[in-house]
Design a protein around this ligand. Structure first.
Ligand code: FMN
Length: 366
C-alpha cells in the first residue's frame, strides 16, 4: 500500500498528505468579488485537512469572469482579498494553490454591463443559453496572456504556494486547444500544433514569471480535460500530445479533470483502458499527476494511486464533511449531509442543492 502522509512532492516540498481539495467554485464572493467571510471559513476548515488546497476558479481579468460572485484577482486592489485566501488555507498547514481562470465563451451572460464575451473563435458552445463569443484578435490573445501573468504576480505577492492554470472543463485555455472552439488561422489555430500554442505560451509565461518573482519551490500546475464530446472535439490522441509537451516543461503537476478517476475514453466507448493509463505513458517528463472524480474512500484513493496518479483530489466528498481527509485516511465513512457544520458558503450550498448528481451520489443538503 502506498504511503499517504508526509509526501515528498517535488524534492522541495513535503505535503502532509496526498489528498488535494479539488478546485470548487463557491459562487459566494462579496458583490465586489473579494473573498467573503463565509469563503474564508470554508477554506480555513479544509486547509486543516488536505495536503494541498486548490482554490475556486479565480477570474484573472474583468472579462474572464464566468460566474456570479466568482472571486477575482483582476487587479492590485484584490491583493488584500487574495492574502486572506492564501492565509486561510495555509493556516491549517495545507499548501495553497490559486486556480487562474478565464471563462471565455462559457461566461454566464449578463454578469455586468457591456460584457465582452470572447473566445478563440466566434463559435457558440453546444449548450442552452450559450453566448456567441467574439473571436479575440491576435494582439488581444497576447493581452490575455499578460492578464494571466499579472494575476500570477499578484498570486505570488499574496503568498500562494503555487498556481494552477485552468486548462480544463471547457474554459478559455481549453477553447484554444479544442478544434471545436478554435478555428483560427493565425499562429494560435489550425493544426494540432498551432492549437497548442496558447496553452504552451501560457505555461512558458508562468515558468518565466516564477523565475522572475517567486522562489524555486513555487508550484506550477496545469489542469486539463482529456476529451470533449463535440465533433470536432479534443481527442485522447490530442491530449497525449499536450501531456507530452507539458511534461517536458518546468512545471510541477498535471491535473487530469475526469468525472471518474478510472474512466476510459468517452469518445471511443469500445476502448476499455482507463484514460490515465494512456496519459501516464505520454507523461515522458514524469510530472506528478493529480487524479479526480468520484473518490470518497480509502480503497478508491489507493486504487487511483495504483492506476498511476501521484495525488488524489476530492471535490464533492469535501462539501459535507469538513473532516473528510481524517475519515478517509482512517478508513471511516464520510459524512454525507451538508449542514451548518459543513461550513459551506450559502450560495454554494444553494447551487449544489439543485445538482442531480449530488443526490445521485448519496449526498443531501439539510
Ligand atoms: C461545486 C463545484 C464547483 C466546481 N468548480 C470548479 C472550479 O472552479 N474549477 C475546476 O477546475 N473544477 C471545478 N469543479 C470540478 C471539481 O474540481 C472536480 O473535478 C469534480 O467535482 C469531480 O470530482 P468529485 O467527483 O470528487 O466531485 C467543481 C465541482 C463542484 C462540485
Amino acid at each position: 500500500m502506498e504511503k499517504l502522509t508526509d509526501y515528498e512532492f517535488n524534492g522541495k516540498i513535503v505535503l502532509k498528505n496526498r489528498l488535494v481539495l479539488a478546485p470548487m467554485t463557491t459562487y459566494s464572493a462579496n458583490p465586489d468579488l473579494t473573498l467573503s467571510i463565509e469563503e474564508e471559513k470554508y477554506y480555513q476548515a479544509r486547509g486543516k485537512e488536505f495536503g494541498m488546497v486548490i482554490t475556486a476558479a479565480t477570474a484573472i481579468s474583468k472579462n474572464a469572469q464566468a460566474f456570479q460572485n466568482q472571486i477575482s484577482i483582476k487587479d492590485e486592489s484584490y491583493l488584500p482579498s487574495m492574502i486572506r485566501l492564501s492565509q486561510a488555507i495555509k493556516s491549517g498547514g495545507a499548501k495553497a494553490i490559486l486556480q487562474l481562470h478565464h471563462g471565455g465563451r462559457m461566461n454566464a451572460i449578463g454578469l455586468y454591463e457591456n460584457q465582452d464575451i470572447v473566445s478563440a473563435s466566434s463559435v457558440k458552445a453546444e449548450r442552452v443559453a450559450a453566448a456567441i463569443p467574439r473571436a479575440l484578435l491576435t494582439h488581444e490573445v497576447y493581452k490575455v496572456i499578460d492578464d494571466f501573468r499579472k494575476a500570477m504576480i499578484l498570486a505570488i505577492k499574496a503568498g500562494f504556494d503555487g498556481v494552477e492554470l485552468h486548462g480544463a472543463n471547457t474554459y478559455l485555455i481549453q477553447q484554444f486547444f479544442s478544434p471545436h472552439s478554435n478555428q483560427r488561422t493565425d499562429e494560435f489555430g489550425g493544426s494540432l500544433e498551432k492549437r497548442l500554442t496558447f496553452p504552451l505560451k501560457l505555461v512558458d509565461m508562468a515558468i518565466k514569471t516564477k523565475e522572475e518573482f517567486a522562489k524555486s519551490d513555487f508550484i506550477i500546475g496545469y489542469r486539463l480535460s482529456p476529451e470533449e464530446y463535440e465533433n470536432p472535439g479534443i481527442t485522447l490522441e490530442d491530449t497525449k500530445v499536450l501531456v507530452k509537451e507539458l511534461s517536458l516543461k518546468e512545471i510541477d503537476y498535471i491535473h487530469v479533470s475526469l468525472g471518474s478517476y478510472k474512466q476510459s475514453s468517452i469518445r471511443n466507448p469500445q476502448e476499455q483502458e482507463p484514460v490515465i493509463t494512456a496519459l501516464k505513458i505520454a507523461n515522458i517528463g514524469k510530472k506528478k499527476l493529480i487524479g479526480v472524480g468520484g473518490i470518497e474512500s480509502l480503497d478508491e484513493v489507493n486504487d487511483a494511486l495504483n492506476l498511476g496518479f501521484d495525488l488524489v483530489a476530492i471535490g464533492m466528498a469535501a462539501l459535507a464533511d469538513v473532516k473528510v481527509v481524517t475519515h478517509i485516511l482512517n478508513n471511516e465513512n464520510i459524512k454525507r449531509v451538508i449542514d451548518e457544520e459543513s461550513l459551506l458558503p450559502q450560495n454554494m450550498k444553494n447551487r449544489v442543492s439543485q445538482w442531480r448528481n449530488l443526490s445521485s451520489r448519496g449526498f443531501k443538503v439539510k
